[in-house]
Design a protein around this ligand. Structure first.
Ligand code: FNR
Length: 187
């Protein structure tokens, strides 16, 4: 069977982001079954209807990447029991019709969610908010299994590198489930 195309969207712009490291670990796990790309969206401007049409180049580019993907895997931190504003801003752009003749690009796309945070929730509260948003946008959410890693400090070495050992089995389980979920939904 052909490899599925997974686009990873990390809700943190931080260079050493633990969520980014989680995404890179997932990339390694799925390398035989999926082409896995991390979306770079740092240049997407703040949503402003005054600049919506024609869409800024950065918005055009991220839309094309979403359109080309068979599934979207979100890796999100939790900021104040929510997902970060940078992610909400990106999704707000993606939620809008491309043109009068072309609808928004997220509808119907399979989605998975993982996250790691310093606090005890392990991003579970942020993930639930994200599920509400992306379900409204008609994404097909794989609710089980999700990965929620609390107390991130326990898994980080003194260089800020994630020690994946005990997280790995959960991520592997989710990765396999998501590839199957995508194949069942859209291939
Ligand atoms: C946080 N953090 C945090 N953690 C948590 O478990 N629950 C929370 O509600 C919050 N709130 C919060 C708000 C803001 C504004 C910041 C900057 C941080 C801590 C957070 O888990 C930690 O910074 C993670 O390391 C962020 O993820 P990345 O950047 O490592 O992927």
């Amino acid at each position: 069977m052909n490899k599925v195309k997974i686009l990873a969207i990390v809700g943190s712009l931080r260079k050493g982001s633990y969520n980014r490291q989680l995404a890179l670990a997932a990339k390694e796990i799925v390398k035989d079954t999926a082409d896995f790309t991390l979306l770079d969206y740092q240049d997407v401007p703040l949503m402003n209807e005054d600049i919506e049409y024609p869409a800024p180049d950065a918005v055009k580019r991220v839309r094309e990447e979403v359109k080309a993907a068979d599934g979207i895997w979100f890796f999100t931190p939790e900021y104040n029991h929510f997902f970060p504003g940078v992610l909400k801003n990106l999704i707000d752009w993606l939620s809008r019709p491309v043109s009068e003749n072309e609808p928004q690009v997220l509808a119907g796309k399979p989605a998975a969610i993982s996250g790691i945070s310093l606090g005890m929730s392990g991003t579970a509260i942020a993930q639930d908010h994200l599920v509400t948003l992306i379900s409204f946008l008609d994404m097909k959410v794989m609710n089980v299994p999700r990965v929620t890693v609390p107390n991130a400090w326990q898994y980080v070495d003194d260089q800020g590198k994630l020690i994946m050992e005990s997280i790995y089995p959960h991520l592997e389980k989710q990765a396999k489930a998501f590839v199957n979920f995508i194949q069942a939904k859209c291939l």
